[in-house]
Write a protein that binds this ligand. Sequence first.
Ligand code: ZN
Length: 482
Amino acid sequence: MIVSRDYKAGYTIMYKKFSIAMSILAGLSFNSALKAAEHGDVVSNMAEAVRYSTISYQDRQKINYKEFDGFLQFLRSTYPLVFSELRIEVVSDYSLIITWQGKDAGLNPILFDAHYDVVPVEVGTEHEWSYPAFDGTVADGYLWGRGSIDDKASVIAYLESVEALLKEKYQPDRTLVFSIAHDEEVGGENGAANIAKQFEDRGINFEYMVAEGGLVIEGHPLVESDFMALIALAEKTFVTVTLRVSGKGGHSSTPVKDNAIARLAEAVNRLHNNPLEPQLVSPVTDMLEVIGEQVGGFKGFMMKNQWLSEPLLIAEMTQDEATNALVRSTTAVTMFNAGIKANVIPQKAEAKVNFRLLPGYTPEQLVKDVKGIIDDAKVEVDYESWKPSPEVADMNGEGYARLKSVISEVLPEVTVVPGMMTATTDSPHYANLTKNIYRFHPYTLHADDVDKVHGTDERISIKSLKDAVTLSKALIKSAARP
Ligand SMILES: [Zn+2]
């Protein structure tokens, strides 16, 4: 492991020297822009989109809004029909609501949601990228860069599609609304929250919403050989539990028995070593059923007959980190703060543990269970829950049927499967506006590339990017029908 890391670092340094030389000769951004242009408009537009470092920081003081202005200006000049023919509203300075009025005002509108802010590149890992994170380089059949998947690919795919449809003089029967948010990565308190408020004030009820979360995945641990289009019907609830311990502090030369760090460490250890009970709940039960139908054989029989095979399925799914998160409310110890000086025993220690709850499991019940596991009355337990998750969407609903038939038409090799999102998105902000939030964005990703999305070497294949436009155009037309 260490050898290959060193090798990679060496390689990157060599690459860097080479690319600096190249940039002196030709100008790096000109070079990559040229390469991107060879692949057609969507690729060069997407490459340009990546070049705006629209980074969301938890500390909002650090956000460079010039990049956000630049990005919005780029959208305006790249999609002139969208911005001249449709109704554009700017929310909280940097988010957009784009409304395409349908011919039949009696039909409930449909909402497509995406975001263009991105997460930062972790300080110290910049050199590990094969190509710089904000250069928008096209190479090896991929477009590389932060945001190339999450979530600029959807923003660009939607706008490319709408621009093309407007050029064709297409007119929707049903009103279509696109929300392009700017702070999803830090909770959406300015973007999605205010967009949703506008809709609520106008009394809008969406027939369904297409949101971030699902995608077409290749090589998923449940069906390795196939492509699966996951339409996430639900997402887990985000809860952070704070543990606090007060102890008898003092000088480290005369140690006390009641040490706050030691007591807290024990509580944290108990939580880490005693994960919450795994269980199969909807929509994971539906997911297994549909996959079971697809894979057939003994494995398929087991997936379809959960009354019989539940313990075995759970035993297998808890072995893999990705599938474990589907059958369990997960526990992750994320922060531990105590002590001010090496020779001072602190009087207080605090830790944070982040839980992601399965549908149906409440934060109140979680806190009871956490107290039970810790089993120490001297550890104070507090919690903070992010917005409650929207209800589980209906897989027998009209929206699901439309998504499914469009995906099967455009990508016939793909199996459409209902799923559950294990991370959180902007969707909870929209919970009161529709009963059915279908989390699906139109790109394909290999399972091996999933970790790259918030990590190093985020990338989208050129094929996936082009398919994303075809697919979103079809999704939009299907949504626009009465
Ligand atoms: Zn995202």
